[in-house]
Design a protein around this ligand. Structure first.
Ligand SMILES: C[S@@+](CC[C@H](N)C(=O)[O-])C[C@H]1O[C@@H](n2cnc3c(N)ncnc32)[C@H](O)[C@@H]1O
Length: 338
C-alpha cells in the first residue's frame, strides 16, 4: 500500500517520518494511511514503537472480531460450546487461550439468552491478559483498584472459582452500577464493591494480589470501525501519569510483602506505561517480574524521546492489534519485595 507524505501541521512530530520510512502523512495533527480515514496524531506518533508500524496502522482500519470470555461460574465448557453451535456461531480459541473464544456469526454478543444468563462476557482478548498474568488462586484476597465496568473483576473471581475475596473499587458511581449489574449477571459470589478514589483507599486491609487497570488515554481502544476511543483534552492527558503513579504506589502499600501487583493500561503512550513503572521503581522496593512465556507482543521499551527507563522494563509487555487483532494493551507484573 502507498501512504502519502505531506507533513503540514508543525506539531513537532517530524522525527517519526524517518522511523517510518517517510511514508506517513499528517494533516492538522492527524495522519492518514492512503485514502483511509485518519488515525489520531498521538497514536501515529506511537506507531514507531511497534515492530511493524505500517501493519499496526493498517490493523486500526479493520473491524474488531467478537471475543467472548466463557464464564465457568455460570456454565460448564461443554454446554457453552453447544450453545455457540446452536446459535450458529463458528469459534476458535486464539493464542492457546483457555477461556477466550473468538466467534463469528452471532447476531450480537449482548443479544443472546446465554449473555443474560451470564454464560459469557464480551471481552477483547488483550483485556483478559492482566487477570491472566496476575493469576489469582482460590481463597486469596484480591483488590481490583479501578474495576468498573467489571470485565476483569469477574474474570479474577472466575479464576478464583468464586472462593476468597475480590474487592472491586472504582471512583465512579455510574460505572460501579454497571459493574454491580455485570457481577450479578455473571454470578460472581465473592466480590465486595467499594467506591473510593483509589489513592485514598484505607490501608487497613492487606491483599495477596492487586490489579491496577489504570485510567488512561485509551489509545489502544481506537479502531476506525468499532473503536471506543475518544480523544481527551491534552491537559487531562498530561495529568494521567501522576494519577497512575499514585494508584500504583497505593497498590504497593496495600499488597502484602511478596505479593503481586499487575499494572495495565490500554494505551501506547510510554509516559503512561513504562514511565509510570519506572517512577514506581524509584520509590518502592518493587521487582519487575517476567510474564508467562509465549505471549504475543513486544518487550517494554527502555528509551523514548528524552527519557530512558531501567533495563528491567523490557520484562513488561506491549500488545499490538496487528498481532492479536484486539485492543492495544500494556501489562507489567510487579512483586513487592519486603
Ligand atoms: C480502564 S477503566 C477500568 C476497566 C475495568 N478494569 C474493566 O476491566 O472493566 C479505568 C477505571 O478507573 C476508574 N478511575 C479513574 N480514576 C480513578 C481513581 N482515582 N480511583 C479509582 N478509580 C478510578 C474509572 O472510573 C474507570 O472505571
Amino acid at each position: 500500500m502507498r501512504v502519502r507524505t505531506d507533513l503540514q501541521d508543525g506539531t513537532g512530530v517530524c522525527g517519526r517520518q524517518n522511523l517510518l520510512g517517510g511514508r506517513l502523512t499528517s494533516r492538522a495533527g492527524r495522519f492518514t494511511l492512503g485514502h483511509m480515514l485518519p488515525v489520531p496524531g498521538e497514536i501515529t506518533r506511537h506507531a514507531r514503537l511497534a515492530d511493524d508500524p505500517e501493519a499496526f496502522l493498517e490493523a486500526l482500519h479493520r473491524p474488531l472480531p467478537t471475543d467472548l470470555r466463557w464464564n465457568p461460574l455460570a456454565v460448564d465448557r461443554a454446554r457453552f460450546e453447544e450453545m455457540l453451535e446452536r446459535e450458529g456461531s463458528g469459534w476458535e480459541r486464539p493464542f492457546g487461550s483457555d477461556d477466550l473464544y473468538r466467534v463469528t456469526g452471532l447476531p450480537g454478543p449482548g443479544l443472546t439468552w446465554a449473555y443474560h444468563l451470564g454464560w459469557y462476557h464480551p471481552q477483547g482478548y488483550t483485556s483478559t491478559l492482566p487477570p491472566a498474568v496476575l493469576a489469582p488462586r482460590p481463597g486469596e484476597n484480591v483488590l481490583d483498584l479501578c474495576a468498573a465496568p467489571g470485565g476483569k473483576t469477574s474474570q479474577l473471581a472466575a479464576m478464583m472459582q468464586g472462593e476468597g475475596l475480590v474487592v472491586a473499587n472504582d471512583i465512579s458511581i455510574g460505572r460501579l452500577s454497571v459493574l454491580a449489574a455485570n457481577l450479578e449477571r455473571l454470578r460472581v459470589p465473592n466480590a465486595l464493591l467499594s467506591r473510593y478514589r483509589g489513592e485514598s483507599l484505607p490501608e487497613s486491609l492487606s491483599f495477596d494480589r492487586v490489579l491496577v487497570d489504570a485510567p488512561c488515554s485509551g489509545e489502544g481502544t481506537f479502531r476506525i470501525e468499532g473503536g471506543r476511543w475518544r480523544e481527551d483534552p491534552p491537559e487531562a492527558v498530561r495529568k494521567l501519569p501522576g494519577v497512575q503513579l499514585r494508584l500504583l504506589q497505593k497498590a504497593f502499600r496495600l499488597v502484602r510483602p511478596g505479593g503481586l501487583v499487575c499494572y495495565s493500561t490500554c494505551t501506547y503512550a510510554p509516559e503512561e506505561d513504562e514511565g509510570v513503572v519506572a517512577a514506581l521503581l524509584e520509590t518502592t522496593g518493587a521487582e519487575v517480574m517476567p510474564l508467562p512465556e509465549g505471549l504475543s507482543g513486544t518487550p517494554g521499551i527502555t528509551e523514548w524521546e528524552e527519557a530512558t527507563y531501567p533495563s528491567e522494563l523490557a520484562r513488561t509487555r506491549r500488545f499490538w492489534p496487528h498481532h492479536t487483532d484486539s485492543w492495544g494493551f500494556y501489562v507489567a507484573l510487579l512483586r513487592r519485595r519486603d
